[in-house]
Design a binder for this molecule. Sequence first.
Ligand SMILES: Cc1cc2nc3c(=O)[nH]c(=O)nc-3n(C[C@H](O)[C@H](O)[C@H](O)COP(=O)(O)OP(=O)(O)OC[C@H]3O[C@@H](n4cnc5c(N)ncnc54)[C@H](O)[C@@H]3O)c2cc1C
Length: 458
Amino acid sequence: MHKKLIKKLEQLLGKERVLQEEALLHAYAFDGSPEKPRLPGVVVIPENHDQVRQVVSFCAQEGLALIVRGAGTNLSGGTIPVRENTVVLLTVKLNRILEINPQDLYARVEPGVITLDFARAVSKEGLFYPPDPGSQAVSTLGGNVAENAGGLRGLKYGVTKDYVLALKFIDGLGEEIKAGARTVKWVSGYNLPGLLTGSEGQLGVITEITFKLIPPPKSSQAILVLFNSLQRAAESVSLIIAQKIIPCTLEFLDKFTLKAVEEFRQIGLPTSAQAILLIEVDGHPEQVKEESELILKICQKQQGEVFVARDEEEKNKLWQARRDALPALARLKPTTILEDATVPRSKITEMVLSIEKIAQKYGLDIGTFGHAGDGNLHPTILTDKRDKREAQKVEKAIEEIFNKALELEGTLSGEHGIGLSKKRFLVQETGLATLNYFRRIKKAADPKNILNPGKVVE
Ligand SMILES: Cc1cc2nc3c(=O)[nH]c(=O)nc-3n(C[C@H](O)[C@H](O)[C@H](O)COP(=O)(O)OP(=O)(O)OC[C@H]3O[C@@H](n4cnc5c(N)ncnc54)[C@H](O)[C@@H]3O)c2cc1C
C-alpha cells in the first residue's frame, strides 16, 4: 500500500495500531473457509468507536476497501480480501462488556468480545445468553451478529438475530447510526438491527451491540442414542418434533463423523453405530422428566440404543464429542469444505440419504453432522484441493447438495453465510429481483462500495 496512505492511518491511530509488514499481513489473508488466501494492504487495530469511525471515513475518502475482522473463523470466505490495498480492521481491542443489566435483562458490548467470555459473564449474573456456535471459545460477538450465527441451542432458543435489540454502527460514508433500543418492544422506524444482522460486514461496521438476555433453564438432561440405520436416526428427529417436543439441542452425527471424533478424542463412543443423536431437553424439572421419557420411548421404538447422561461430567463429554466433529474431520485430509445446506425439518431424512448417495456417486469422503433439529446439516467434504480431478467432482457434489436442499424448499446456508463461497449460487435461491433489492440496499448503505466488497452481492 502507498506510504502516504499508511502514514495517514498511523496519524489517526498511532503507529503501533497499524500493521504493514508482509510477514504479519499473512496472518489475515485467510479465514475458516477453504478460499484462496489473499494479502490485505494493511491491518488496523482501532481501540474505540471514534477511531473506527475515522478509519471508515478515511477509506470512503480514499476509495479503499474495508473488511472488519473478528476472529476470522467464518466458513464462507467473508474476511478474505478481494481488492488490492484492502484495509482490514481488527476488532480485537474493542473487547469491553459495557453493561449487564439484570433488571431490564439486556447487556451492551463492544463487537470484539469473545462469545464464550460473554456467555460466562452473563451466567455469573444469573442470566442466560443462548447462542452458542461451535466456535464460541474464539468467535467474536460482532462476527456472530454479522453472520447471524446459530449454534447447538438454535432449535429451542433461536439464533443470534433473536437476541439483538440494538446496534451502533458506522455506515459506508463514516456516519454513525443508532438502531433499535434497549426496550423489549420497539417500532420507531425501520428494523435496522434486523437488516444489519447477517449482513456480513457489507452494510456497516458494528461498534456496539445490545443483546437481550433471558433467565436460565432450571434443569436439563442429555441423552445419547445409537442407531444401526442412518434412516431411522434421521426419522427419529422428525418424530420427536412431531410430538411437539422442542429439545434445546438435537444433533446428528453419521458413522464417518463418529469414527473421526472417537479417533480424535477417545472418549469411548461406539463406532459401530451407523448414526447417533445427541439430545438435550431443558426447563422445569417436571417438564424435563416428561419430555426425556417421551424421547426415550420414540427412539427405542425406532430401535435406537439409549444412554442417559448420569451427571454433569458425562453430559460435558457428550457435548465435547459434538464440538469436536469439525476439528476431528478436518484432520483427515488437507482440505475441508464444510457446507450448511438446511431443509425443513420434515425433509431431514430425505436430505441425509441424498447426501449419502451423492458421496457414493462421486466417491468422496463426506462426513455429515449438524443441528438436525433445525434441519441444518453440515455435510463436510474432505479432499485435497491440489488434486484437480477430485476438485471437479467436489464442485459437482456441492452443486447437487445445494440443488437438493433447494428442491426440498430449504436454503443454501442455515448459519455460515454466503461470503465468497456461495455467492454464485445465491440467485438460484433468491431470484434476480431479490438479489437486485439486496444490491439497492447495499448501494444506499455504502454508496462507494467500500464495505467488504465482492462478497454476497456486488
Ligand atoms: C470450528 C468452527 C465451528 C463453527 N461452528 C459454528 C456454529 O455452530 N454456528 C455458526 O453459526 N457458525 C459456526 N462457525 C462459523 C463462525 O465461527 C461464525 O460465522 C462466527 O460468527 C464468526 O465470528 P468471527 O468473530 O470469527 O467473525 P469473522 O470470521 O472475523 O467475520 C465474519 C463476518 O463478519 C464480519 N464482521 C465481523 N465483525 C464485524 C463488525 N464488528 N461489524 C460488521 N461486520 C463484522 C466480517 O467482515 C465477516 O464478513 C464455526 C466455525 C468454526 C471454525
